[in-house]
Design a protein around this ligand. Structure first.
Ligand SMILES: NC(=O)c1ccc[n+]([C@@H]2O[C@H](COP(=O)([O-])OP(=O)(O)OC[C@H]3O[C@@H](n4cnc5c(N)ncnc54)[C@H](OP(=O)(O)O)[C@@H]3O)[C@@H](O)[C@H]2O)c1
Length: 350
């Protein structure tokens, strides 16, 4: 696509020693840009830079350390001569549980790293370069900033504030600087491990696109937003979540269930079959006219007939074939395995 080339542009990506930040740095480098990657430690930042193509540089800079941030911006300008792209990606979540159970320390850390740092770095980048020459900023928010959910309310509040901050900065810095955000769903990173590691299959099944996110899914969207291909987009938050925000996907994927007459009135097909057999009438003969009149009924009854041995202890043995419909039978194994027995409660979106 025209306009995706970042040759000659220079980007600073905070929190880029691993996960989404490292993937973003790679994407920008692959599009031709120079990249400065930050982390809390110089070693981790350098190790990450070594994994990125081209001229990448690693800088140890805690996201809320103003002096370190200033040094990083200065170094970027000295080294590459411009600072065209800033990705405020460093994020943290030290608070788990109800919001009112959190202390001021956890609140301050969450909001310092997730909200204040983007303000700090955007201010420095704007004053040093972008305010005069133009530029593009992307903040890593979260779909958690768009919904309420248990246990990570403080983190989500910081991301909701970041989404609002994105719109505010987009106006304040217009028309020279574009400011956008991405809102990832659950992505395979260390920060989000608690949300997917032990139950990836279940989380994947609940998402419309059937899998959790990979860091590269977010990185390609960021590379687009900072490029000229997005030159008329500002103040936006792009949701990249495989359809998570759409809601629980599993009920939409269930196989249509053929409803048989036996399902409706609670007649056990196995017992019906045995009853006809006791009268000397074949099951198939009986079903032929029923199949013509009630599509699906024959199949439904046949399936249930196949599982009749399993239910034989539950049905009356007097040959009546009728019983109170206490619960639907789970059906034979092939039918059961394609349908979850129940839809578990929605998990955290992150
Ligand atoms: N993964 C998800 O499901 C998900 C979903 C929505 C949003 N997000 C957001 O995506 C961003 C990246 O998270 P991730 O999932 O990629 O996590 P991650 O793999 O744990 O990476 C976090 C990165 O941030 C750095 N970092 C942490 N605290 C920092 C600080 N105070 N100053 C500078 N760097 C710091 C870490 O480097 P060092 O440890 O080397 O300092 C690391 O490079 C965060 O803003 C997060 O909130 C993630």
């Amino acid at each position: 696509m025209a306009g995706l080339d970042l040759t000659g542009r220079t980007a600073v990506v905070t929190g880029a020693s691993r996960g989404i930040g490292l993937a973003i740095a790679r994407s920008i480098a692959e599009a031709g840009g120079n990249v400065v990657l930050t982390s809390r430690t110089q070693e981790a930042a350098e190790a990450a830079a070594a994994q990125v193509n081209g001229t990448a540089v690693g800088v140890g800079a805690h996201a809320v350390d103003e002096e370190a941030a200033r040094r990083c911006v200065d170094l970027t300008l000295e080294r590459f001569g411009s600072l065209d792209i800033l990705v405020n990606n460093a994020g943290t979540n030290p608070a788990f549980g109800p919001v009112i159970d959190q202390d001021h320390g956890r609140f301050a850390k969450t909001f310092d790293v997730n909200l204040w740092a983007p303000v700090l770095w955007t201010g420095l980048a704007t004053r040093a370069w972008m305010g005069e020459h133009g530029g593009a900023v992307v903040n890593t928010a979260s779909v958690g900033g768009m919904a309420s959910e248990a246990n990570i309310g403080l983190y989500n509040a910081s991301k909701a504030a970041l989404i609002h901050l994105t719109r505010q900065l987009a106006l304040e810095l217009s028309p020279k600087v574009r400011v956008n955000a991405v809102a990832p769903g659950v992505v395979r990173t260390k920060l989000a491990e608690a949300l997917w590691k032990e139950h990836e299959e279940e989380v994947s099944a609940s998402v419309a696109l059937g899998r959790i996110g990979e860091p590269a899914d977010i990185a390609s969207a960021v590379a687009f937003l900072v490029s000229d291909a997005a030159s008329w987009i500002t103040g936006e938050t792009m949701v990249i979540d495989g359809g998570q925000l759409l809601g629980e996907a599993r009920p939409f994927r269930q196989e249509p269930v053929s409803v048989s007459s036996a399902d409706i009135v609670g007649i056990d097909a196995g017992a019906v079959g045995r009853w006809f057999a006791s009268l000397g009438v074949g099951f198939a003969e009986v079903m032929r006219p029923v199949a013509g009149a009630v599509p699906g009924a024959a199949q439904g009854l046949a399936l249930r007939h196949a599982g009749a041995a399993r239910f034989s202890r539950e049905v009356p043995t007097d040959g009546s074939g009728c019983r109170t419909p206490r619960r639907r039978s789970p059906g034979p194994p092939s039918r059961r395995s394609s349908r979850p027995a129940r839809v578990p409660p929605r998990r955290s979106r992150w």
